[in-house]
Write a protein that binds this ligand. Structure first.
Ligand SMILES: O=C[C@H](O)[C@H](O)[C@H](O)COP(=O)(O)O
Length: 445
């Protein structure tokens, strides 16, 4: 259930992107980022080039962005012609608002992104506000780009540094390759206390090309959330944050400064758009394939800012291969996968971050595995008719699970019993309403 779900944050990403694109002026050499938010920046710059006659030249950070820029009619340039850029605008996976330190590279473009960002006088980040974290490493793994030769040894060394290391792979089990034909190791460190030191340590491993920690690089972040558009600029003088509007004539939501213990003012930013009054919990969004788990989970992630894990991505390669071949999984196949899901929940529990996991969790005994170690996840059970599920699965693209496996899933399904902590929700309702209902429920516990 990945990739093709509608992006509930798309509108926010677009708002931030349009605001950032307004910084670009005639004559500028512009670095173009990669990802779903940078996509809107490139689209807006393309519109300005075509409709307003904006005169710029650009260097893209990935083959995908290059293709989009060409389609948009944005003139491209090279570092030979422009060794320095005026501005780079790019997305991020995590933003630490106190410092504007970032994690980037979930889309695999971190190497070119870092080169292009470091070549620019201004490096502006665009994102929806779900990307704020207290500490880097809370929501996402740190991607590390590695030369394929000897990657196994690099993985061992990253592991010794405290990371849980997963080589990034495609659904068919083949290695993901970057535009530079390197591998990516996704490294879960948990909350990172000293990202500068960690970055230096990672760089010291032979075979590492680059990592996704962008430290002291961003000059500004433009984010959009339910509260409006926010502009954040770190000030170096006293480590405090200022939030000046880009254009003082335009209304920009400012975060009110409050005095700190020294009497100076410090901007207090929410680290995430937490719906107020909701205690951090472990949530498992469950149900058969096609019930809409990803859509609901992503919506909740955007509202709550808690870590999110797609349970399907934790399946061992053998399970993925079986499902892709239309062979139903049995209990033996599912135990190791459920154990991985439980480990992820346990990690969130230890970190106290809350967590949102999508997992079919079809049987009571499967849910018992997820409850191991004294965990008490709340199961959000999404259900609808077989006809609706079948229709959705037929329309779904880019997922290994064929519709032919639906009957066996329905046969295996045991709806949560009364003694389980579960919330049963119709999967026929508009996702926004379902998310609102879940949030209301969470406020009551
Ligand atoms: O490699 C990918 C980039 O670092 C992206 O900028 C980052 O993953 C954010 O992407 P999105 O805007 O799609 O969340």
């Amino acid at each position: 259930m990945t990739g093709k779900a509608p992006d509930p944050a798309a509108n926010l990403k677009q708002q931030a992107a349009i605001k950032a694109a307004s910084l670009v002026q005639d004559g500028m050499a512009v670095g173009l980022g990669t990802g779903s938010t940078a996509f809107f920046v490139v689209a807006e710059l393309g519109r300005r080039v075509r409709e307003e006659g904006l005169k710029i030249c650009a260097i893209p950070t990935s083959d995908a962005t290059e293709a989009q820029a060409r389609e948009e009619g944005i003139p491209l340039t090279t570092f030979a012609a422009h060794p320095e850029l005026d501005i780079t605008i790019d997305g991020a996976d995590e933003i630490e608002p106190r410092t504007l330190n970032l994690v980037k590279g979930r889309g695999g473009a971190l190497l070119r992104e870092k080169i292009v960002a470091s070549a620019a006088k201004q490096f502006v980040i665009v994102a929806d506000s779900s990307k704020y974290v207290d500490h880097l490493g809370m929501l996402c793994p740190v991607p590390v780009e590695v030369i394929p030769f000897g990657w196994e040894n690099v993985a061992v060394k990253l592991g010794r540094m405290g990371a849980h290391v997963t080589p990034r792979k495609h659904r068919d089990g083949s290695f993901y390759l970057t535009d530079e034909k390197n591998l990516i190791m996704d490294c879960v460190f948990g909350p990172i206390e000293d990202p500068h030191k960690l970055g230096t340590d990672i760089h010291s491993i032979v075979g590492v090309v680059e990592h996704g920690l962008f430290i002291e690089m961003a000059t500004q972040a433009i984010t959009a959330g339910p509260e409006g558009i926010r502009v954040i600029t770190p000030t170096v003088s006293d480590g405090l944050i200022a939030t000046p509007a880009l254009d003082p004539s335009e209304p920009v939501t400012r975060v009110p400064p409050v005095p700190n213990e020294n009497g100076s003012s410090k901007t207090v930013l929410p680290t995430q758009p937490v719906a107020s009054g909701i205690k951090k919990q472990l949530l498992v969004i469950m149900g058969v394939s096609g019930s809409g788990k990803t859509t609901i989970a992503e919506g909740l992630r955007n509202e709550l800012g808690w870590p999110f894990q797609e349970g399907d991505d934790l399946h061992p390669a053998a399970n993925v291969a079986k499902m892709a071949a239309s062979i139903p999984l049995n209990d033996e196949d599912r135990w190791p996968w459920l154990a991985r899901c439980q480990e992820w929940l346990a990690e969130c529990n230890r970190a106290g971050t809350g967590g949102i996991l999508t997992c079919s969790a079809l049987k009571h005994s499967y849910r018992d595995v997820l409850r191991k170690g004294g965990l008490e996840p709340i199961f959000i059970y999404l259900h609808t008719s077989e006809a609706v599920l079948l229709e959705r699965l037929k329309r779904r693209r880019g997922h290994y699970m064929p519709p032919t496996l639906l009957p066996s899933q329905l046969q295996t399904l045991e709806a949560p019993a009364a003694d389980e902590h579960a919330l049963s929700m119709s999967a026929d309702t508009n996702p926004a309403e379902t998310i609102a209902e879940i949030l209301s429920y969470l406020k009551t516990i």
